[in-house]
Design a protein around this ligand. Structure first.
Ligand SMILES: CC(C)(COP(=O)(O)OP(=O)(O)OC[C@H]1O[C@@H](n2cnc3c(N)ncnc32)[C@H](O)[C@@H]1OP(=O)(O)O)[C@@H](O)C(=O)NCCC(=O)NCCS
Length: 175
């Protein structure tokens, strides 16, 4: 199976995709297109197997992060105003194709976008709200939990906000 990542196109058939997560599937079937083509609030990248079947997607958007969410050491090196980041808003792989490295291919594409965004308009890293069952997946790439937002209760939030700073993104030739 060869897997290529490209931007979602309006003509793509999204109806057959199923990750098993109802919310993510509903988003992909109903909202990914209008969010991208009509509202411009996020862009979805699809993993296409053998040039025909959509087997995964990642939705990203430009976002910002208040430095108060970073560790003290990092915060000290940065200005006090919000910093630009790339948000990985959604990620899913078709449940018939999971465990075959497709999410890895999508994550490489997301990292390429973050590097491009850094050069084109500024980007300090990638943020994601990780579902509890996916925290281990993001840790593999070096994502670390963000500090709780001010006003948040002490309980561990679900999902868990995580961050991977630009300098810690795995390099294309070694990841
Ligand atoms: C999480 C998900 C995207 C992973 O997709 P996938 O294509 O099966 O993942 P890959 O095969 O590319 O796995 C890449 C690596 O991550 C690991 N991995 C995959 N899922 C993992 C998980 N839930 N926890 C920890 N590690 C995980 C794999 O073992 C693999 O490690 P390796 O390279 O050392 O072998 C997929 O299981 C999915 O769509 N789940 C439902 C939706 C979801 O939870 N999305 C995340 C929302 S925050």
């Amino acid at each position: 199976m060869t897997v290529a990542v490209r931007r979602l196109e309006a003509a793509d058939d999204r109806t057959k995709f199923q990750s098993g997560n109802i919310d993510l599937d509903r988003f992909f079937h109903r909202y990914a297109g209008q969010n991208q083509f009509r509202h411009h609030i996020g862009t979805t990248y699809v993993a296409v197997a053998d040039d025909r079947e959509i087997v995964g997607f990642a939705t990203v958007a430009a976002s910002e992060l208040t430095t108060a969410r970073l560790s003290e050491a990092k915060r000290k090196r940065l200005p006090a105003y919000p910093i630009p980041v790339l948000r990985l808003a959604r990620l899913a792989v078709d449940n018939r194709k999971q465990g075959q490295g497709i999410a890895l291919v999508l994550m490489r594409a997301v990292f390429t976008l973050a590097r491009k965004m850094a050069g084109d308009l500024g980007c300090c890293g990638v943020v994601v709200d990780a579902k509890p069952e996916a925290v281990g997946f993001y840790e593999k790439f070096g994502f670390i939990p963000l500090e709780a937002a001010s006003g948040q209760l002490g309980d561990r939030p679900e999902p868990l906000p995580m961050f991977l700073e630009l300098g810690a993104i795995p390099k294309p030739d070694v990841d």
